[in-house]
Design a protein around this ligand. Structure first.
Ligand SMILES: [Zn+2]
Length: 164
């Protein structure tokens, strides 16, 4: 009798938390504020929507998504990137990317983050080399002239994702 009650209570708790989670996840659609892969804050002019191994998520920058896909040995698709200049969502296929250079894309208070998502000396950072997306080639060129780095096409950028 007592065990039945306890079992019933447990089932009720599990069900209600599942419903709450489901509501939050699928109905409330919370706007993500942090990168799914590294938990750094999302910036409107840097964030990307990526699909890694078929799972879609928001990432802080294209580089972080490439790092994640390579670490997980999974194929990467970039769904949406944002023009660094305007913050507009653009299709990555027609975008230009500035890689490397002196500008740091991910705001991390000069605290580097290593492969294991811990802090470390500046040897590896999952968001480095910085990768900025631009809708217009001339904006990418201007940015690269100012900060260094090289201008890449989408195909060139995606060739860095190793498990396609
Ligand atoms: Zn990230």
């Amino acid at each position: 009798m007592n065990i039945r009650r306890i079992a019933f209570a447990i089932i009720l708790i599990v069900l209600s938390s599942a419903v709450t989670f489901g509501w939050y996840r699928y109905v409330a659609h919370p706007v993500p504020v942090a990168c799914r892969y590294c938990a750094r804050p999302l910036h409107s002019n840097l964030m990307v929507t990526a699909e890694i191994g078929g799972k879609r998520a928001e990432a802080c920058c294209a580089r972080c998504a490439i790092s994640e896909a390579n670490q997980e040995h999974k194929p990467l698709r970039l769904i949406t990137v944002h023009d660094y200049r305007s913050g507009h969502a653009i299709s990555p296929a027609g975008a230009w990317f500035v890689e490397g250079g002196s500008a740091v894309s991910c705001d991390h208070d000069a605290m580097p983050m290593n492969e294991m998502k811990g802090t470390d000396a500046m040897a590896f950072d999952r968001c480095t080399p910085s990768t900025f997306a631009f809708a217009e080639r001339k904006d990418a060129d201007t940015f690269a002239d100012r900060n260094g780095g090289s201008v890449l096409s989408f195909a060139q950028l995606m060739s860095e994702a190793r498990y396609q």
